[in-house]
Design a protein around this ligand. Sequence first.
Ligand SMILES: [Fe+2]
Ligand SMILES: [Fe+2]
Length: 398
Amino acid sequence: MRILVVEDEEDLRELICFTLESQFNADVVQASSGNQAIRLLDESGDFDCIVSDYSMPDGTGEDLYRHVIGSRQRVPFILVSAHSADTYQIFRQHPIAGFIPKPDIFKPLKRIIESLNLGAQEPSSRYCRVKTNVILKYGLLAQDLYIRLSEGKYVKIFRRGDVFDLHDFERFKAKTVEHLYLKSQDCEEFLESLNKNIAKALEGDPSADEVSAIVSSSIELVSDISKRLGFTNQVQELTRVSVNLALKSILKNLEQNKAFDVHIADKQGYVATHSIALAHVACGIASLLGWTSGPTFLKLSLAAFLHDVTLDNPEMALLQGIEDLELQRHRFNDAEVKDYLGHTLAAAKLAKELKDLPPDVETIIQQHHERPDGNGILRLDNAQITPLSAVFIVAHEL
Ligand SMILES: [Fe+2]
Ligand SMILES: [Fe+2]
């Protein structure tokens, strides 16, 4: 949410701004007079709300409000004043969104902003996450990079052309910052170079850790970007090359008879680490059954890569199905529950968009929360669950 704060007393202005930034992660623009605020409105109009003082030397709150009600876009107006809003004729004639009595502004400001429900537009959707270890591989940056201070609040810390080196990587690691952010419009370009980089890694012999890092950040990117920009050609290509890379590492492990070391890192990256682990375990079970053909491994890995990417809340990937959801219902809101109940079909639909999708992958994704007793998300019965889906479901349970 973007808020214009208009107040000539500097200390009070800072307090209002700090409240809005810290409590609501608002993007705050300051003005010290009514006329300055009018200029800002005319230049870059898209504010969700205005918080304004009344008495100011260069243009009053009333001048500003008259400008607002005279313009096409009626931005909600909150008055901050030592005198009640009813004192002024203009506010009696044209009611305002809220009134805050000076000097105790903190609580009323919080209450009014909450009641306006301005948070509906999620500013973070303008950014995509990228792991710092992936950025390190590039060195020279082709895009601006941002750090997230809090939900919806981002600050640019690297510019196009800057160098991101090991020292930077260690610096962020020390502060437990694992992700930096790109503007959505730069994502496509970044994806293209990431695709090339992964293709290069496929030619060489990357370590299991390197593959894990690359593939998990790819899954995050596919999940983030497909929600914002759709399953574009570059996202599809990233899916394809990443699955091939993961598969190369899985096959090497199978050949050397090595158990896959499943380490689930943080909740943030849970969908990614869970998906990689699932690909390993599913291929492991398939090979124990003697199903060792390349296409089988590819189908299982592709399904693992995409099966949970549409989930908005990564914690939902921890749920095993309907029963688990019922037990933990209190932790999630209605929209999240709906998202969860629809995610098997939504992810299958996304997979279907992939050109040359091998047969069965769509079915495996659709069925990944089914149960032999018919108590799955889609309530399919035993006979409808395919053998490959069964392997996948068991691996998922593990
Ligand atoms: Fe799932
Ligand atoms: Fe899952």
